[in-house]
Design a protein around this ligand. Structure first.
Ligand code: DGY
Length: 321
């Protein structure tokens, strides 16, 4: 019987996924479950046939060039692949796979949770109770903003954007969106299309970001664009941190130009801009959009399916390049 392929696995995976990994492969696991340095990654990759990486691993051109030839596939446990230099992987003849579709609902649920948490000042409420400084119910205490009847602007109406819109309709929100292309009416479900992101900003009482980080979207939400939004608007980001200009967003939250923000992703993770920690009106989470048991299992099994197909010489189901 052929030797099982050896796979470098840069972080721990859910138990059921690791059980399948142990059964079908020879995994080199990260027992401590901490991020590897570049040097560790390169040294551990020696003798491996493939690699399972995560969005925290910087798989750039120089790392790809130095990977041992034995590593023939890079499989990320994420839908996003902005941490991988695709051109370099392609040039090196190393296919890259990802995990689309399976995290749509989990991420949309968290995005809508952030809409509500930011609007209803959930962080401040928690703080008052946890610091034992609640003096009791008062008519003017922690008055937030209602979402019913408000306009939700969705930037990027792909799978996740559409799923957030669906949840928002249940809260009686009016949906507006901008994307490169207009959706067909059955997918639009009454949402109002805006030809430009700037036009969308103008009507977004709430703005939820669902676009990838690309050279075109880096620092998209800057001071000029924030100035286009209605007074007291709320921004939610579950997409990628670099889409937001942190200094501009923090300034707008500090001045009260924006009422609040709900953020799950940050530029430079895990070293977030320290300004966010000071803001009571920023509800911040550590990149946990897809962190449900159901979804992380599904993502892990999809990684397995991708590797199985590769090592069986079949077409890759979720190939990026
Ligand atoms: C992804 O999959 O790209 C998320 O950011 C992590 O779930």
């Amino acid at each position: 019987m052929a030797e099982k392929p050896t796979i470098l696995v840069t972080r721990r995976l859910p138990d059921d996924v690791e059980a399948r990994l142990d059964r079908d492969y020879l995994p080199k696991k990260n027992a401590e479950d901490r991020p590897y340095s570049r040097e560790e990654l390169l040294s551990l990759a020696q003798g491996c046939d493939g690699m399972i990486c995560t969005p925290t691993d910087k798989i750039d051109a120089s790392l790809i060039a130095e990977l041992p030839d034995s590593v023939r596939i890079i499989s990320t446990i994420s839908v996003g692949f902005d941490h991988i230099d695709l051109e370099a992987a392609k040039a090196a003849g190393r296919p890259v796979t990802h995990t689309p579709n399976v995290l749509t609902d989990a991420t949309a649920e968290l995005a809508f949770f952030l809409v509500l948490a930011a609007a209803r000042r959930a962080y401040e409420g928690q703080k008052i109770l946890r610091t034992d400084s609640w003096s009791g119910w008062a008519p003017t205490q922690l008055m937030g903003l209602q979402v019913s009847g408000k306009r939700l602007g969705v930037l990027g109406m792909g799978r996740i954007g559409q799923a957030v819109a669906k949840k928002a309709r249940g809260f009686d929100m009016e949906i507006h969106y901008a994307d490169q292309f207009r959706l067909p009416p059955e997918k639009e479900e009454g949402a109002v299309y805006h030809e430009t992101p700037e036009a969308l900003l103008g009507v977004s009482d709430f703005l939820t970001l669902h676009c990838p980080a690309t050279p075109d979207t880096i620092k998209f939400l800057n001071a000029e664009r924030i100035a286009l939004m209605p007074e007291n608007a709320i921004v939610v980001n579950t997409a990628r941190g670099p889409v937001v200009d942190d200094d501009a967003l923090i300034a707008a939250l500090k001045s009260g130009r924006l009422a609040a923000a709900g953020l799950d992703v940050f530029q430079g993770e895990p070293n977030i801009h320290p300004g966010y920690r000071e803001l009571d009106n920023a509800y911040i989470l550590p990149h946990m959009g897809s962190a449900t048991i159901e979804t992380r299992n599904a993502m892990g099994f999809m990684v397995m399916d991708n590797l199985d197909a590769f090592f069986a010489g079949k077409d890759l189901p979720n190939r990026v390049v």
